[in-house]
Design a binder for this molecule. Structure first.
Ligand code: 13P
Length: 256
């Protein structure tokens, strides 16, 4: 069976200024340089203005973009193209984060278009999916996640799908301090993996990394990441604190 990579990704969202990002990136780099694990990917997603500063210190971790617009170039005021990300040697980008879907009204069509653009340009997309508390209360969460996967991935070929990382981020857990229980995370991750087996093939299902996000911190990381179908985490608030973030990374490293 394929050994899936373990992934710890920090989403810095709209936080930090140059000096803060520089310090955080340097401390992170110092902290991860003693970890020798080819199967572990450490990533951070700074805001656009911080990409350069962060990349300068990123020797032992990778840097990705929180967003981009899926057109080559042109009259798209305020947007950043994938070519501009490649220009900074970035290899990863978030796609479909719930904050973009909800606050910026990103449609499934736009999410899909971003996903395809990333794949076609050799940027690994982390496709974020997740249900709101209302949907979970109505016990529609499995159906909803299946529909988000279908909307984003329908008709992609297995070769394209093999380039994607999935982040399951229940909206009710993001920034709320209410994390999914290990059981809730594991059952959804297993459901997502099974969706890939049914809609693509078993090799893809076994090899696609599925990471968890939503109020993940150094106290709950061990429980969450011990789940067989949870391949790591997409960390918001706790990734801004280097000690917390390093502790989460070390927890995953100890498990892999
Ligand atoms: P928190 O870890 O702050 O809940 O954020 C999760 C998230 O949205 C990562 O993309």
């Amino acid at each position: 069976m394929t050994k899936r990579p373990k992934i710890v990704a920090g989403n810095w969202k709209m936080n930090l200024l140059q000096n803060e990002a520089k310090l955080l990136a340097q401390s992170l780099n110092n902290g991860v340089q003693s970890i020798h694990n080819d199967n572990l990917i450490v990533l951070v997603f700074p805001g656009f203005t911080l990409l350069n500063t962060t990349s300068q210190s990123a020797i032992h971790f990778q840097v990705g973009a929180q967003n981009f617009y899926p057109e080559k170039n042109g009259a798209y005021t305020g947007e950043v193209s994938i070519e501009q990300l490649q220009d900074l040697n970035l290899k990863y980008a978030l796609v479909g984060h719930s904050e973009r879907r909800i606050i910026f009204s990103e449609s499934n069509t736009l999410v899909r278009s971003k996903l395809l653009t990333a794949i076609d340009n050799d940027i690994t997309p982390i496709l974020c999916i997740g249900e709101t508390s209302d949907i979970r209360d109505q016990k529609q969460h499995f159906q909803y996640i299946a529909s988000q996967l279908k909307d984003a991935l329908n008709d992609l070929n297995p070769h394209q799908v093999a380039k994607i990382i999935i982040a399951y981020e229940p909206v009710w857990a993001i920034g709320t301090g209410i994390t999914a229980t290990a059981q809730q995370a594991e059952e959804m991750h297993a459901f997502i993996r099974n969706w890939f087996a049914e809609n693509f093939n078993i090799e893809i299902a076994n090899s696609i990394p599925i990471i968890y996000g939503g109020s993940c911190n150094d106290s709950n990381a061990l429980e969450l990441f011990s789940c067989p179908n949870v391949d790591g985490g997409l960390i918001g608030g706790a990734s801004l604190n280097v000690n917390q973030f390093l502790s989460i990374i070390k927890t995953i490293n100890g498990l892999s």
